[in-house]
Design a protein around this ligand. Sequence first.
Ligand code: DAH
Length: 339
Amino acid sequence: MENRIRTIANEVAAYSASDKQGVEQFRLSYISKKGLITELFDEMKKLPPEEKKKVGKILNELKQAAEAKLAELNEQLERSTASSIDLDLTLPPVTQTVGNQHPLTLTRNRIIEIFERLGFNVADGPEIEDDWHNFSALNFPENHPAREMQDTFFIEKNPDILLRTHTSNVQVRLMREQKPPIRAIMPGRVYRNEAISARAHCFFHQVEVLYVDKNVGFADLKQTLYHFAKEMYGKDIQIRFRPSFFPFTEPSAEIDITCLICKGSGCNVCKHSGWVEIAGSGMVHPNVLRNCGIDPEEYTGFAVGMGIERVTMLRYQVNDLRLYSENDIRFLKQFHTVI
Ligand code: DAH
């Protein structure tokens, strides 16, 4: 038996393999449960104790040698496959695909950038809001239609807790927390119980703008928005103010810019008028200032509420609101920062 072990030991030492199969063959022949070494161990158990001890020792040595050999063969194999890979070091690198920002994020960031340069701070407020901050403080009469179920998602009734229908709630929170001068812009998501279509969605985004100080007038509002439109859309953009009504501003105006989709010649987006509304605005109503603890005799202010989807639509010529929330990668990957 000792001689057989020695012969096998010599075989093991001399074994070489050029591929994976060869290595596997080695494992099967010598080391596996059905291999030669296991067989020898079984045989050894039958030997008389004296011999068992002696044979056991050399058999163990053989086992260790075979295991070391297997490791060596595996290592050799790995080295040879690595070096045989066809490497062309002159190839240009594969460009890493990095995700890009959502078009609404790009627009929001651009709006923030423009207003920050004018000295506005960015502020944030809750999306789950109470009736007072969303409506009452903003001078909505008790029975105003905007409070009805058709527009507002209520979470709780009495006291009413709801999903904010506009970012104007942040105006209220800011004015109650800070003393004028206040110059802030407040981007965020808003919710309305509307049927989803190309032109309406149950959630969308707004940016609220608020400037409260001594002697703030309508001219400041006009000039600020005129500056904004030119920064956002280029110097040839035209802007117009249309008289309007909001409970929280007096006087109020809606702001239109020339339709960038049809360049004024008339299309579905501008309803063939050549103009598209991008924001509501006005001078903060004295009642609102009072509700927020600011003396309307001493301070005045202007406010703007702008739809980010609308601004984005004109910026990138996308005229279906649903595309913004469908997460279709083919749509999303088309947008890059426009500087
Ligand atoms: N909150 C209004 C809305 O969602 C938009 C708005 C209009 C905001 C006029 C204002 C404003 O700050 O002055 O329809």
